[in-house]
Write a protein that binds this ligand. Structure first.
Ligand SMILES: Cc1cc2nc3c(=O)[nH]c(=O)nc-3n(C[C@H](O)[C@H](O)[C@H](O)COP(=O)(O)OP(=O)(O)OC[C@H]3O[C@@H](n4cnc5c(N)ncnc54)[C@H](O)[C@@H]3O)c2cc1C
Length: 475
């Protein structure tokens, strides 16, 4: 389990003692001892449960009518109980907080991808198997002589040799951040070039997702923090089983269809304005835990204003754009061809077999197109049929014949999602070393949690890690 800092814990305890909460309880929910939590995603739900277990009164205000946030399992419109994920789809066996919570609710983690079957890489009209040593040269004919003959995964490792092992640490301090400044000074493609990679190698190593504006430090942290992992897993029955189990246990402490619009803190307590059934209401409490993505928080009124530094981080934090397509086919025909259903293409997109492990005659491909603004713009102008056709085209490029098997589908554009306005937090060069822990330090009675204020941005693990950190601040 990740170590939390003792000094943070002591600082939070001191603040609680200084300001005795004094707001009166009326017909408004909450009260002097209550901890208000905004958002019933994984961060809000687990923080609420942990706090309640220590005897604290909690109220979770959630804007949607269901819990789970960006953990969303899609069952409709698919046939025979087939399901896929609109958001979080896999975990690693190094995600200790996730495994802890799965264990607590008796939920099974099962393999994410088949042990057998080949993965395909596609670049335009050319495709190659990822386990073929000729793949690099086939996909990128301009690859330098000394870069040929490697599997794509080996080529990546070649450029990662000799980097500091502390890149995998979850307990980051200022000294460590200072030592990583060079990695944070450039984008991932720029860093690969600095390490000696040719343009063709950079294209090969970034196949499947656009990383042209992402800090090299962000990518290196993701790689190193997952290095000890032996397997990717998923929750049997759907990823939403975890937030559903949490929400069931919390019962009426989660209030749905309550869209928070503003927040206020005084010397004595906090209050939150929210819309419920067309009315504006106010909840009050001793402290406030905000788990909203910063894309949402940046448009909200907070009185008095947060520190200039925090406001700057909240308004500048970049979020990944991501479009997920779930495409049902009559059969998982790729398995008959010895394929795993996984592919990376220059669309750019990443594909996997979401039906793997499910008892169904149908196949379900998950196609994720990430990053590129031109794709987002094209997608936004299309009707649903055209959007699904775009997803099918991407699947067809990796699995020729897919379109003749395609039956129905679902799409989710996370940038347009009212409740997240983006997929997950990323970092542009300079931001990680400049911001450090400042993104999540509390401001008076206001605390912050969510994947974006953790060392695991983009992962459920980050949401759960941040919740535990916030709970320790609050106790
Ligand atoms: C496309 C995609 C792919 C991903 N893939 C993976 C993966 O494979 N593995 C993995 O581990 N993670 C993955 N993630 C990340 C993972 O889903 C998130 O890190 C995690 O679910 C975030 O939890 P959270 O509690 O921080 O935020 P959220 O889940 O966003 O929770 C915030 C909550 O606040 C609510 N809210 C928003 N506005 C308001 C308001 N005004 N008033 C009240 N409530 C409000 C929202 O409805 C939401 O329920 C993926 C995410 C996306 C989008």
């Amino acid at each position: 389990m990740t170590r939390m800092r003792r000094r943070d814990l002591l600082a939070a305890g001191g603040a609680v003692a200084l300001f005795a909460p004094a707001l009166a309880r009326g017909q408004i929910p909450g009260g002097a001892e209550t901890i208000l939590i905004i958002g019933a995603g994984l961060a809000g739900l687990t923080a609420a449960l942990r706090l309640r277990e220590t005897g604290r009164r909690v109220i979770v205000l959630e804007g949607r009518s269901v819990a789970g946030g960006r953990v969303r399992t899609i069952r409709d419109p698919f046939d025979n109980g087939l399901y896929g994920e609109a958001g979080a789809a896999r975990i690693s066996d190094v995600h200790h907080f996730v495994l802890h919570w799965l264990n607590r609710f008796g939920l099974n983690a099962v393999p994410f991808s088949p042990p057998e079957g080949r993965t395909i890489f596609v670049n335009g009209a050319v495709s190659a198997f990822s386990d073929d040593p000729r793949a690099g040269a086939l996909l990128e004919p301009d690859l330098r002589e000394d870069e040929r003959g490697f599997l794509p995964s080996e080529l990546a490792n070649h450029y990662l040799e000799g980097l500091p092992e502390n890149l995998q640490s979850t307990d980051v301090d200022a000294e460590m951040l200072a030592g990583w400044a060079d990695f944070d000074g450039v984008t991932w493609p720029q860093w690969l070039k600095k390490r000696g990679a040719s343009d063709a190698a950079v294209r090969l190593l970034t196949l499947g997702a656009d990383s042209s504006d992402i800090s090299a430090l962000y990518v290196l942290r993701q790689i190193f923090m997952h290095r000890a992992g032996r397997a990717y897993l998923k929750i049997e029955g759907g990823m939403d089983r975890l937030p559903r189990a949490l929400a069931d246990e919390l019962g009426d402490d989660v209030r749905y269809d309550c869209c928070v619009t503003a927040m206020e803190q005084t010397r004595d307590g906090v209050s939150v304005s929210y819309r419920e059934n067309g009315e504006t209401k106010i909840a009050s409490g001793a402290r406030l835990l905000i788990t909203l993505p910063f894309t949402i928080l940046r448009d909200m009124d907070i009185t008095p204003a947060l520190s200039p530094e925090k406001r700057a981080i909240i308004s500048a934090m970049p979020y990944r754009s991501s479009i997920r397509f779930l495409l049902q086919s009559d059969t998982a025909f790729w398995r008959m061809r010895g394929l795993s259903g996984a592919a990376r293409t220059n669309a750019p997109c990443e594909i996997w077999d979401a039906s793997f492990g499910q008892l169904s005659v149908h196949g379900l491909l998950s196609v994720t197109a990430g990053g590129r603004a031109d794709m987002r713009a094209r997608f936004a102008e299309m009707d649903e049929q055209a959007q699904l056709a775009l997803g099918s085209d991407m699947a067809e490029a990796a699995f020729p014949g897919f379109k003749s098997h395609y039956q129905k589908g679902f799409t989710q554009n996370w940038t347009d999602d009212l409740w997240s306005k983006g997929a997950f937090a990323v970092s542009h060069p300079g931001q990680m070393t400049r911001w450090g822990e400042k993104a999540w330090t509390p401001e008076g009675r206001i605390h912050f949690a969510g994947e974006h204020v953790s060392p695991w941005p983009g992962w459920m693990e980050g949401a759960l890690w941040s919740a535990e950190r916030a709970v320790q601040e609050l106790l």
